[in-house]
Design a protein around this ligand. Structure first.
Ligand code: UD1
Ligand code: CA
Length: 498
């Protein structure tokens, strides 16, 4: 763009059809809010100034815009008296404006920076007072229609409610995105009236004003009209969400990512994938997730704000704010909570939950474990069914396991403790004290068998009966080994093979 560029984003309307306590433009799709997508497109064209008009629920919308775009100016529209009124307030809030002014809405999430750029460039090249980003739609109901004269020049935009029956047949519509010569806009805004079916100040009246002044007006029709679509209710939101997702998935496939089932694959806007990543059905890659080359994700996996190293394998897992090292293996059925860091070629296996845990290179937690607030050194193997007991009911504590340790199955590590390099623990150990490097920790006492306990204590129950029957068989076998003994009835049963 050669001229000074100001973008005005209108987001003061209520969006009542969402039937939500959340303001319309704050509803999410593709990992951003609707207005978040619009602001990303706006940022792409590098405008000098951005003004956002807020009104309804501005205590929600204002801070969100400021977070995403700290140097945007917020203009407050107390009552929603129309798009012309909203732009007047924006222009007042902007102070000095010059060059080109683009007006967009906060609820068109498919809009791209490229389209805005091409539209603004066309507007400037044609030296128009007003340009309309128009589109041809199958069902123009509700839109402002682009009225052209016999020469095909744009004469006016007529709103649905003000249109004649003939005008309602027109399928070229105003997307709502308009470009103005700033000087013209400043002159036109005070001249917009509200003598129309809605009693609102229509920004679209600027077209007529320009024509009357003998200035150039034109429309730039976009092929991809979905880019201008807004969502008014949740059904439309879901529809736009699916469309957005399909666009994102297609883009990644073109970039060299294999997606086995695009229909069940969901990828947020800010996700970054390397070449030769493979995504299997039922996978959601959300937030700022990054996936390295040759990694295979899925099936049935959700990763939000995760980093997956090259060549890693993640199967039927749920992860959030986790880092998975190169060549590492996760799942099936693993839950990686925030702060999980799995080293190169490490393993978080089946039915394993991790949180705030650093698991070193080549270290493995293969089965049925909870690893919270822990550090596990490289090459260490954690036995099946190990619980890192990090919570004493009041505070959380850390467990450190050294390098190349081998811990037994069904252990409990009662934090805070340290298990040294090369140390081991026996099966069923409850580790309450530090284990020095190289030591084997054994905590369970020698096994004692209390003979006949079930028959005595559980008589009459299934357990007691089973114990009694087994005891009877054992006794019978003992008797048979003595000549002349034994009940006849038990001979057959005792002799059978089981
Ligand atoms: C508007 C256009 C119409 C176009 C359609 C595209 C006008 C008069 N009409 O109609 O030609 O086809 O958009 O969707 O411009 N807003 C404010 N303050 C207001 C009024 C609206 O911020 O006082 C914002 C709304 O939040 C919304 C946008 O402007 O994002 C459009 O407003 P809306 O009332 O939906 O306009 P439409 O009647 O749909
Ligand atoms: Ca609308």
């Amino acid at each position: 763009m050669t001229k000074d560029l100001t973008v005005i984003v209108l987001a003061a309307g209520g969006g009542t059809r969402m039937k939500s306590k959340t303001m319309k433009v704050l509803h999410p799709l593709g990992g951003r809010t609707m207005i978040g997508h619009v602001l990303a497109a706006v940022r792409d064209i590098e405008p000098r100034h951005v003004v956002a008009v807020v009104g309804h629920q501005r205590e929600q919308v204002g801070p969100h815009i400021q977070e995403l775009m700290p140097d945007a100016v917020l203009a407050v529209q107390e009552t929603q008296d129309g798009t012309g009124h909203a732009v007047r307030i924006a222009v007042e809030a902007a102070g000095q404006i010059d060059g080109t002014v683009l007006v967009a809405y906060g609820d068109t999430p498919l809009l791209t920076g490229e389209s805005l750029k091409a539209f603004a460039a066309d507007h400037e090249a044609a030296q128009r007072a007003v340009s309309i980003l128009s589109g041809i739609v199958a069902d123009p109901f509700g839109y402002g229609r682009i009225v052209r004269n016999h020469e095909g020049d744009v004469e006016a935009i007529v709103e649905e409610k003000d249109a004649t029956r003939e005008q309602r047949e027109i399928t070229e519509i105003n997307s709502g995105i308009l470009a103005f010569d700033a000087e013209f806009l400043l002159e036109a805004l005070p001249r917009i009236g509200n003598d129309n079916a809605k009693g609102e100040y229509y920004l679209t009246d600027t077209v007529q004003i320009a024509r009357d002044a003998g200035l150039t007006v034109g429309a730039w029709a976009i092929d991809d009209v979905r880019q201008t679509e807004g969502a008014n209710d949740r059904a439309q939101l879901a529809d736009l969400g699916r469309e957005l997702n399909q666009r994102i998935v297609t883009r990644w496939m073109r970039e060299g990512v294999t997606v086995m089932d695009p229909q069940t694959t969901w990828i947020d806007s800010d996700v970054v994938l390397a070449r030769d990543v493979t995504i299997l059905p039922g996978t959601q890659l959300l937030g700022a997730t990054l996936v390295g080359e040759d990694a295979v994700i899925g099936p049935d996996t959700t990763l939000k704000d995760c980093e997956v190293g090259a060549g890693a394998r993640v199967v039927r897992a749920h992860g959030e704010l986790a880092v998975i090292g190169e060549g590492a293996s996760v799942g099936p059925f693993a839950y990686l909570r925030p702060g999980t860091q799995l080293g190169t070629k490490g393993k978080i296996g089946t039915f394993v939950e991790t949180k705030n845990a650093t698991i070193g290179d080549g270290a493995k937690v293969p089965h049925l474990s909870y690893v919270g607030d822990a550090e596990i050194g490289e090459g260490t193997n954690i036995g099946a069914g190990t619980i890192f007991a990090n919570y004493d009911g009041v505070a959380k504590h850390r467990t450190t396991v050294g390098r190349h340790a081998r811990t037994g199955s069904n252990n409990t590590f009662v934090a805070p403790i340290t298990i040294g390099d090369g140390a081991g623990t026996a099966g069923g150990t409850v580790v309450r004290r530090d284990v020095p490097p190289g030591a084997l920790a054994v905590s369970s006492g020698p096994q004692r068998n209390l003979e006949g306990w079930a028959q005595k204590k559980r008589a009459g129950t299934a357990q007691g009966d089973a114990a009694a029957a087994a005891a009877a068989v054992t006794e019978g076998e003992r008797d048979l080994s003595h000549p002349g003994g034994a009940g006849v009835g038990q001979t057959d049963a005792g002799g059978g093979e089981s």
